[in-house]
Ligand binder design. Structure first.
Ligand SMILES: [Mg+2]
Ligand SMILES: [Zn+2]
Length: 195
């Protein structure tokens, strides 16, 4: 009989938080290409400030299929992103997918590509990353990349996606609470149980 061995509780430091954009950091305006229509949710700026104060990297991971659908240009997406960065930034890294659901790309959430790309560009390991989003595809992309996630549902989030999410928060600050993130007054290293 092999010697009994206690399963180690694998922990990873939280090094980066990646946010979905539409319906998470900003009130969703479908296929928005107009910087003037960018309206951050109330907790976007406080949550990002808290992360910056704690020395945690930030990023955005966003599906922008409006490009594949011919409803948006890349320049419009860049302009909307720049406006959001002006309102709540600076955000550390931007990663977005221009493809449609039928393109078979590796970046459109729930595929892991955007999360992996953002983690690589931030110089952190995916298991040091948490993704915060409003739908199941955000949770799925995190899981596929080996990252943690918190779902912050909106009125249009499907109940099945809420039921399936590992962590569900009422807003972005609550999501950081659930991730064990200290408030802005502390920069102590954070260690969290691995999923
Ligand atoms: Mg969303
Ligand atoms: Zn893609």
């Amino acid at each position: 009989m092999p010697p009994a061995r206690a399963a180690p509780r694998r922990c990873a430091r939280l090094a980066a938080v990646l946010f979905d954009r539409d319906g998470t950091l900003v009130h969703d305006v479908p296929y928005n290409g107009d910087p003037d229509r960018v309206a951050p949710v109330d907790t976007a700026r406080p949550a990002l400030d808290r992360l910056r104060a704690a020395g945690i990297a930030t990023g955005v991971v966003s599906n922008q299929s409006g490009i594949a659908r011919g409803l948006l240009t890349a320049a419009q997406v860049d302009a909307v992103n720049a406006r959001l960065d002006e309102l709540v930034g600076p955000i550390g890294v931007w990663a977005w997918c221009p493809h449609g659901p039928d393109d078979g790309c590796s970046c459109r959430k729930p595929a892991p590509g955007l999360v992996l790309d953002a983690a690589r560009r931030l110089g952190v390991s995916p298991d040091e990353v948490a993704v915060i989003g409003d739908i199941g595809a955000d949770v799925g992309a995190a899981a596929a990349a080996g990252a943690r996630s918190v779902l912050v549902p909106t009125a249009v989030t499907r109940q099945a996606e809420i039921d399936a999410a590992p962590l569900v928060a009422r807003d972005l600050l609550h999501a950081l609470d659930l991730l064990g993130l200290p408030d802005g007054s502390s920069s102590a290293p954070l260690r969290l149980p691995h999923p």
